[in-house]
Design a protein around this ligand. Sequence first.
Ligand SMILES: [Zn+2]
Length: 251
Amino acid sequence: MPDLEAEFRCYAELNDFLPQGRKHASFRYRFDGAPSVKDAIEAVGIPHTEVDLVLVDGESVGFDHHLRHGERVSVFPVFESLDISSLVRLREKPLRSSKFVLDVHLGKLARLLRMLGFDVLHKGDYDDPEIVAVSAAEARIVLTRDRGLLKHKAVTHGYWVRSAQPRDQIAEVLARFDLYSQIAPFRRCMVCNGHIESIDKSQAWDRLPEKTRRYYDEFYTCSDCRKLYWKGSHYRHMQALVRRLGGAVGR
Ligand SMILES: [Zn+2]
């Protein structure tokens, strides 16, 4: 049994990672030696990417702070609305480009994010090392249902998606990263993340169903996979969804 202990308290949505009894309450964390506060937080169950501020006895510290017996540790999630610029933020700055890489379980969320114009990589056969590598190489935010993935050292920006429902997931991600001002719907292909370009009806003609030829005049195509898009009933459903999510529908 380790004989040193610190008192931990985790705030706001970080409690999602804690078992009953540790949620919204102070608890004792027992340890040996002098682990980094980052290792201690992950041992408690919280991926480091979820954490933006750590106070030890009221002072902000970096992840490399070594825990000492008797310290009081307060752990805070990423704040989008609260100014903590005078304290030590654990991440240098948010990745404002808002590019993402998603784990294999989040295919529908990938399509919704692309629909809103975000640059999203996702493959049905990604393995963890590949996601970590893509995230590090291209400065992409990892979105995952697997909190273990966020404990990889190379992942600096990530988020554990709580909901299992794609429409709740997208609302969660927009709120967490404050993406509302970056929504630019119908610029990216939902299937492959390519760019959507306008094309003449004559260029699309051969690939159009009879009714579509009759009722529609504006056509778009994906620059990569050549999928055709037009503003049919599916488009109107998507417009309604975009409005509900807080985006302006242009184009
Ligand atoms: Zn495409």
